[in-house]
Design a protein around this ligand. Structure first.
Ligand SMILES: [Zn+2]
Length: 289
């Protein structure tokens, strides 16, 4: 097995472990419970879950989705979240490090940022699905992460590159891009929320969605904000119509759907396939040869 394969395996395992912890966060944080105590236990019979029964993915499969003590079913969502975390951490690793390429400080900073943001998005999406709310540690945390990433890249640039006038421009533009993206996300979503509330006479969108788009902007810049706005509206509409058809309710009766998960999905597509998606869209409009 090559070293790159070992690192890849480590990246997947890391994502699965982080997601296993996020399962605890998603369940306990909206209920106001501590994330450290009491230790994991079966919600049905209260039996303590030993460490070997708490390994991500492996344990759920080994126990065939049941508590080893009372045989109550354990939701397949735990397995799904762990597999998703592993897959996304691996994809982020492959995106940042090419096999055989020397690891740079830039790549390490980018990977740490992406892994942190992926964890925040998983927690935020599943909490939003269950409780229609986006906690501040996801949204405000994402904004701070974006600014910190831009500052870190600038610091690495200054420390490793001989400073030339164009270098100074590059440094300041990286931080400026993060700030402009942050403000663009807040302003555009804030305006949509304000207009929607005026038009419908009730809150059209949560403040959490506005802050989440600010985080997307601070991490990936203003172009990503526009991209995620359009794509998340499309994804949300498709999912909303689908859910309506499935539950056979009419438009007016349907309760508000959480919007955060669709912003996160759009953001993931931007992170992994952004340039390709824009190219594909422009070719649809016949704007590229
Ligand atoms: Zn049990």
């Amino acid at each position: 097995m090559s070293l790159f394969a070992v690192y890849s395996l480590f990246a997947f395992a890391m994502g699965a472990c982080v997601a296993s912890f996020l399962n605890v966060v998603v369940w306990r944080v909206p209920r106001g419970e501590s994330i450290v105590s009491p230790p994991s236990h079966c919600p049905k019979c209260g039996a303590a879950i030993r460490w070997w029964q708490n390994l991500p993915i492996v344990s759920w499969l080994a126990l065939r989705g049941r508590c080893s003590h009372c045989h109550a079913p354990i939701s397949p969502r735990y397995l799904l979240v762990e597999a998703l975390g592993g897959a996304l951490y691996l994809a982020a690793f492959w995106h940042t490090f090419a096999p055989g390429a020397a690891a740079s400080l830039f790549a390490i900073a980018e990977l740490v940022t992406w892994w942190t943001w992926i964890a925040l998005m998983i927690a935020g999406s599943f909490i939003d699905f269950g409780h229609q709310l986006l906690p501040d540690f996801v949204t405000v945390g994402g904004m701070a992460l974006g600014l910190a990433f831009a500052a870190a890249e600038t610091a690495i640039f200054l420390a490793t590159t001989r400073v030339v006038p164009s270098g100074w421009w590059e440094c300041s533009s990286r931080i400026a891009m993060s700030v402009v993206g942050l403000l663009a996300g807040l302003a555009i979503m804030g305006a949509i929320r304000w207009l929607g509330t005026k038009a419908f006479g009730r809150e059209a969108m949560g403040m959490g969605d506005v802050l989440l788009m600010g985080a997307v902007g601070s991490l990936f810049g203003p172009v990503a904000v526009v991209f995620c706005l359009m794509l998340s509206a499309l994804l949300g509409s498709v999912a909303g119509v689908g859910a309506m058809l499935l539950s056979k309710t009419r438009l007016g009766q349907f309760a508000a759907i959480p919007y955060g998960p669709y912003i996160c999905m759009a953001c993931l597509i931007w992170m992994f396939r952004g340039p390709q998606a824009i190219h594909w869209y422009l070719s649809l409009l016949k704007l590229t040869p």
